[in-house]
Design a protein around this ligand. Sequence first.
Ligand code: AGP
Length: 596
Amino acid sequence: MCGIVGYIGPKQAAPILLDGLEKLEYRGYDSAGIAVCDGDDVTISKAVGKLANLKAKTDNGNSITGTKGIGHTRWATHGKPTENNAHPHCSERFVLVHNGIIENEEALRRKYLKNAEFYSDTDTEVIAHLLQKFTDDGESTAVAIQHMISEVEGSYALAIIDKNDPDVLYAVKNKSPLLIGSGDGFNMIGSDAMAMIAHTNNFYELNDKEYVVITKDSVDIYTCYGKKIERNTYVAELDVSDTEKGTYPHYMLKEIEEQPTVIRKILKEYSDDDGELTIDPDILKDIRSCDKIYIIACGTSYHAGIVGKQFLEKISGIPTEVCIASEFVYNMPLLSKKPLFIFISQSGETADSRAVLVKVKEMGYKTLTLTNVKGSTLSREADHTLLLYAGPEIAVASTKAYTAQVAVLAILAANIKNSININLNYELSKVSNVIESICDDKDKYSMLAEDYLKDSRNCFYIGRGIDYYVCLEAALKLKEISYIQTEGFAAGELKHGTIALIEQNTPVIAIISQENTNLNTRSNIKEVKSRGAHVMTISTKSLSAQKDQIIINDVHEILTPLVTVVPAQYLAYYAALQKGCDIDKPRNLAKSVTVE
Ligand code: AGP
């Protein structure tokens, strides 16, 4: 997953491209580059490492003149993060940037490009040489693009400069996210709206295998057969301030502390005029006619799905199975007779999840997407969408999206059938207040991280039932930003082997929020303590013991994941901070994994 951006208009392009790339850095940040046209001249500048290096190299873009250009921030898939492999990539005539993976690049090299001279290790460079070959053979650029679409297998979002056409930019989309920003006297290309929101709120959505011919005054969209398509723009409900850190040192801390507001926003957005939490009746109709729900997701969204299973089975009474997307595609479980699929995805662009959506739609099943991004691929391609209303989540480590996903799943479950008569409006409002009180205590989490985690090489989160599901998310948070090897473990299972890893001072963090497992988990705490573990306990007030390090005010027992996860988010944040890790952009990761 990488980020691409393009601009054509009256202004100097380089600073606009760099600002756009800054908003896309969360998509990948091991190298970056821009290409800017000034008449017939094209200037290309690339740098390895964070975008700041490219900004320094180009004096924030001021050293490069020209009013048309493209840019790219990379998360390496083919070829190491080197300047040579950084985008843009070129042939003699074409300069382009790419997000995605070309799956048949070797076959294309053999079939068309035996005589081409390659300088990089990337799959992207193949596309530049393909366009060169097809136009050298006499095809127009538009026809060469159609030809390329027909030959290339894989995912791509492309922004293309044709040196023979100084007044035009081209864009092409297939499976990777791409939007066209429409302005007055200028137009833009971007992997998402945030890259362009400082300049316009109006965007064209693109479908797979469509290409676009863009001038400063026009946007013409075509099918892969060259048929022109009339399409209106949509207005993105985004604000530039949503994508800034404000007074926070990191996006992650801002987003942890936005969670009370997000819960309240969800309550507002899902309430009808009578203040009742409601769900689109068409969604309820499809869900009520299924005999089993399959939740498909990855990472944190998968962890939210496991909590969602508790809601859908215990509140709605519908059998539910939660599947890791990348496993489901190649190892589909035996499906029920009338399944319905729920996709949970903050970005709405995760390739593993989208691959399943394509497959189950082909099989004729109903689909619902829970996502934070309106107009995202998983939203547009599902039968139904439920939005998270969490606002842009910039930090790679997902926090507010997780709690938003859990909250929306609870509202969905209670609307399908509220078999436990939970007053969700009241209970979720209470959750919002309890999270606020947890946020007031952050100095404590900083001290606990220093004492338990900063110098540790590993850590365990243990719990039972719904607490165990939170342990999975808590462990992911800690390992993905502090790089401390962490496992979320069923407390009762530890003694069946893994307890062998407990040594003197191994940090073990227990989560206790359920009456029926409180005493059992406390027995497991004794077992690890007797083997030298350094134990920290996160408990809810009514179940707390005096020595528990973190005690959280009570909420409805089935909603405790919404509050017990928050101290774990803080512990991960402070452990990473104290270890000097890059909190918002951890190594090897990207925010939206748009490759399988
Ligand atoms: C979580 O902190 C990670 N950023 C990652 O696991 C993420 O949740 C996963 O890649 C799924 O992303 P999605 O929700 O956008 O589909």
